[in-house]
Design a protein around this ligand. Structure first.
Ligand SMILES: C[S@@+](CC[C@H](N)C(=O)[O-])C[C@H]1O[C@@H](n2cnc3c(N)ncnc32)[C@H](O)[C@@H]1O
Length: 482
């Protein structure tokens, strides 16, 4: 097989990245957008020692599970990988993906993996979007470009109508496209990304927050950003603590509830979209933070730097499964590591004796403390810092908690976290994971220290994409490791 070869291939299985896998001559050949059972014509694009890649040219024999993707930029934008298959098949592929990761990457045997808990509505579920923005400096009248990056590239794919976003998002994105070139005709403001977030109240539309991510910041730009905020938010505004009556022009016929606009500065060109500083913001009075809603009637405040789960409906299920796995009787001490704004801590607090949350983003910890206070929860406390730095001394100082909840970012837990837990005699670990590969690695490390994976329940937080969430219960016992 050589790059440029065109041939027909039979697809045997799928990866979570939405690639079909064929095995010509025993070599794994990855072809995007193909379903198991299909026969396809494809052109080989890359050949490595153990695997090769090809691009799909034509589906010759189509799977009954293939559907017409509703999005006009699929798969160019790189956000979704699975839109070309029906939702039941997506769920099946993800369940298999989690099983496969535990077996192949974690080398764990006989782990009971339940069927993934699918979403009632696999569309319009996201409460947050990040888009990249590009303007040509010194090109007045040139419209701005805003969209997602094409997979593995910095090519912009524009689409304000992404079918994973709520219907309230396109009007804000369109208003930004209209007003930003007016406010900044020469394209001098170095805005590289925008982040839009919303909340999910039990009834009606949520409040929204817009974050403009600058690559550098000068206070001389406050005037322009303030003017943009007036146009986008309208009505009464608080500009850095001073409330002005009729400060802003009324929005003309724009139907959305944007309450706050933040400037974020990220001087690094690569990596995370959001940087550490928020030098300026404009909000409606009392709306510097969004108010969001958790299952069990809890209300939480969310600032611009704070993480919240992206699919609120599935989050209810995820947290319920987490609570069940904790097996609380009311007497336990629980550590909630990687706690964000304290959502899992607060959800568990009423069913245990004490919760200690750990989170590195200080703004999220402030939100967590405020959220506990306003919910009347007095048995939750929160520590600011990295879990790998704080957990070892916490275990020494406070003794071993009954349950440790881990909900790390995609890269999983630092080795020092696993080592600290390995020494501890907690009765349970509940590992909430957004990446089956890092879950498999960390579960295998824990298995090597005498923990047993009791069960794993995948939850589909991200329909149409290759991402999967899972709740994994570990207890001391016979290891599943090979
Ligand atoms: C997947 S989120 C989970 C948040 C929360 N449990 C929830 O359900 O909303 C991971 C969180 O871990 C935080 N984080 C990432 N690395 C960390 C570290 N090394 N130590 C402490 N917190 C960290 C992030 O800021 C984020 O809030």
């Amino acid at each position: 097989m050589r790059p440029g070869d065109i041939d027909t291939f039979s697809i045997e299985r799928m990866t979570l990245q939405g690639e079909g896998v064929a095995r010509p001559g025993g070599m794994a050949l990855f072809i995007p957008e193909c379903l198991p059972g299909e026969r396809v014509k494809a052109r080989v694009t890359q050949v490595k020692k153990n695997f090769a890649r090809a691009e799909l040219l034509e589906v010759l024999e189509s799977s009954p599970q293939r559907v017409e993707p509703p999005c006009r930029v699929f798969p160019r934008c790189g956000g979704c990988q699975l839109q070309m298959m029906d939702y039941a098949t997506q769920c099946h592929v993800k369940t298999e993906g989690v099983q496969d990761a535990l077996r192949r990457l974690g080398r764990l045997e006989n782990v009971p993996v339940g069927e993934i808990v699918g979403a009632a509505n696999p569309w319009r579920y996201r409460n947050r979007v990040q888009m990249h923005l590009r303007r040509e400096a010194g090109a007045p009248g040139k419209p701005l470009q805003m969209g997602y990056y094409r997979l593995s590239s910095h090519e912009l794919v524009e689409n304000d109508e992404c079918p994973l976003l709520p219907e309230t998002f396109p009007p804000v994105l369109k208003a930004l496209r209209r007003h930003l070139p007016d406010i900044d005709p020469a394209g001098e403001l170095p805005i590289r990304h925008v982040v839009l977030k919303t909340t999910t109240p039990p009834e009606g539309a949520g409040e929204m927050m817009l974050i403009l991510v600058f690559s550098a910041w000068r206070s001389a730009w406050r005037k322009a950003v303030g003017e943009l905020a007036k146009r986008l938010i309208g009505e009464r505004l608080t500009v850095e603590g001073h409330t002005g009556e009729n400060l802003a022009r009324q929005r003309a016929g724009e139907q959305y509830n944007l309450v706050s606009l933040y400037v974020n500065v990220n001087e690094k060109g690569e990596g995370e979209v959001l940087g550490p500083d928020y030098p300026y913001h404009v909000s409606k009075p009392g709306k510097e933070r969004l108010t969001d809603y958790l299952p069990g009637g809890l209300k939480i405040e969310v600032g611009p730097a704070s993480f919240t789960q992206v699919n609120p409906r599935q989050t209810e299920i995820l947290y319920q499964l987490t609570k069940e796995a904790c097996g609380l009787t009311g007497r336990e001490t629980v550590v909630d590591a990687y706690c964000g704004v304290g959502t899992i801590s607060l959800f568990l607090a009423r069913d245990c004796a004490r919760v200690i949350g750990i989170e590195e983003v200080s703004m999220a910890v402030e939100d967590a403390q405020r959220n506990a206070e306003r919910s009347g929860i007095t048995n939750a406390e929160f520590l600011t810092g990295k879990v790998e730095d704080l957990l070892p001394s916490l275990l020494e100082r406070e003794g071993v908690p009954d349950v440790i909840v881990l909900d790390p970012p995609r890269r999983g837990c630092h080795e020092r976290v696993i080592e600290a837990i390995a020494q501890a005699g907690s009765s349970r670990i509940v590992y909430v994971s957004c990446d089956p590969a890092s879950l498999a690695r960390d579960a295998a490390r824990l298995a090597a220290h005498g923990w047993q994976v009791k069960r794993v329940t995948p939850v589909d937080m991200f329909p149409q994409t290759g991402h999967t969430e899972a709740v994994c219960l570990l207890e001391r016992g016979k290891s599943n490791g090979k």
